[in-house]
Write a protein that binds this ligand. Structure first.
Ligand SMILES: [Zn+2]
Length: 434
């Protein structure tokens, strides 16, 4: 892609003036990343350095301690499985014009059984940053064939890339190591950079140092863990900034920022002073954190328990009310009973009976509060005291609306139940007529 604005044009121009990676830098990368491996196949060792294969006993010692190749004399590390290539990123940090430049290189080591492994180094990205932290990245094209792998580079020139999602992902690729001999803009030194990256990628750390006073303070005061959370817990960093300053005045380094912020939230919950070093600088953070966390959990549990009790009591009162109303409405039917040899059918007489009926037959006669249906009479068909079906009779039409057994299905006695109710429907009608 062609440079689109003045900033990009200037960078492309300056980029051409950067020297290629030096032999010394290549050697450093080789020493840092090139690995001599032994793999084991059918109890034989293969040297991936020279391709020699031989028998070695005991195999376990090779796996634990590695081995020296009898052919090439190289000390080899054991590897369970080696891909055809292993890749690592590293960075060269330098300056050009008024810019901070982070040159990203890909170190690839290739393997082939029975052959010495080989390696290559290629520059795949450059991050250019001005002294305000504005950043523009030049990149090689990525292999568009593999949508998943964002770091399958195709080679070719470094160019500005459109701001797509993968482009941003690739911008965030970190360097495993940074080549010695770093050159940085004076403003970065002024803002606290002392040559250490603490595992942050150079482009991330530099952007933060150039755009955020807080990042600058955190680096200068060695609060690296908080610095690492400056974005993911940005709200907390802002909210507890005064507490962080108090830690700094007391030479207290927060080692686990995420836990420390949680701990400060707990202190706040318990109304403790989060400006008091006695509370916010605990020698054993985990211990204090856990004490407060357990205390809070107990409070929440108690609150839930009380809430449960209240809920139960509310339900009890509701049932009581339903019970009274149900009795008032349906008591005149309670004496009704239809029987044949085996079956007996009678109205449900209480809310408890509705519940039992629902529990035995697994249907919703209780949950859906059928006892509140004024125009229905709910009856239970039973054999030896055990419910087999629940029947809903319409008190308007004197018809069976539904009759359901276990899991809402008809029982084997369904037809007999229906005819028994129909034959005795007059008894129900008579109660209504009174
Ligand atoms: Zn060898």
């Amino acid at each position: 892609m062609k440079p689109k604005n003045k900033f990009q044009r200037k960078i492309c121009e300056l980029s051409k003036q950067l020297p290629p990676i030096s032999e010394k830098q290549k050697y450093w990368a080789f020493k840092s990343f090139y690995e001599d491996y032994v793999v084991i196949s059918r109890n034989r060792c293969f040297c991936l350095d020279c391709g020699h294969k031989w028998e070695e006993k005991p195999i376990l010692s090779v796996k634990l301690c590695g081995v020296t190749c009898p052919a090439c004399g190289q000390k080899l590390k054991f590897k369970e499985r080696v891909n055809w290539r292993e890749q690592t990123y590293f960075a060269i940090v330098t300056t050009k014009g008024d810019f901070q430049v982070i040159r990203m290189f890909l170190f690839s080591q290739f393997f082939k059984m029975k052959k010495a492994s080989d390696f290559s180094i290629s520059e795949v990205m450059q991050h250019w940053m001005d002294d305000k932290g504005n950043i523009e990245s030049l990149m090689q094209r990525a292999n568009s064939m593999s949508g998943v792998a964002i770091d399958q580079w195709t080679g070719g020139d470094l160019e500005p890339r459109t701001d797509t999602y993968t482009h941003r992902l690739r911008q965030e690729i970190g360097a495993w190591k940074v080549c010695p001999g770093r050159r940085v803009l004076p403003i970065l030194r002024r803002n606290g950079f002392r040559g250490h990256f603490y595992g942050f990628s150079p482009q991330w750390l530099f952007t933060e140092l150039l755009t955020s006073n807080r990042a600058e303070t955190l680096l200068k005061t060695n609060q690296i863990s908080i610095l690492a959370h400056i974005n993911s817990r940005g709200r907390d960093v802002g909210y507890y900034w005064k507490s962080i300053n108090i830690c700094n005045r007391n030479n207290y380094i927060v080692k686990d920022a995420s836990m420390w912020f949680d701990y400060l939230d707990l202190l706040t919950y318990f109304g403790k002073d989060v400006r008091n070093p006695k509370f916010i600088c605990p020698p054993n953070l985990r211990r204090e954190h856990d004490i407060l966390m357990n205390k809070k959990n107990r409070i929440l549990e108690e609150r839930r328990r009380v809430e449960d009790e209240k809920q139960k009591y509310r339900e009890y009162l509701k049932n009581l009310k339903h019970q009274e109303e149900y009795k008032k409405e349906k008591a005149p039917f309670f004496s009704i009973k239809f029987k044949d040899n085996e079956l007996s059918i009678m109205p449900l007489k209480s809310i408890d009976e509705f519940k039992r009926e629902a529990d035995v037959l697994h249907h919703c006669v209780f949950t859906n509060e059928y006892f509140t249906k004024k125009e229905s009479l709910i009856m239970s068909a039973q054999i030896k005291g055990e419910p087999v079906e629940t029947i809903e009779v319409s008190l308007k039409e004197f018809k069976v609306v539904q009759s359901r057994g276990k899991h809402n299905r008809a029982s084997e006695h369904h037809d007999r139940i229906l005819s028994l109710v129909r034959n005795n429907m007059e008894q129900i009608a008579n109660v209504m007529a009174v």
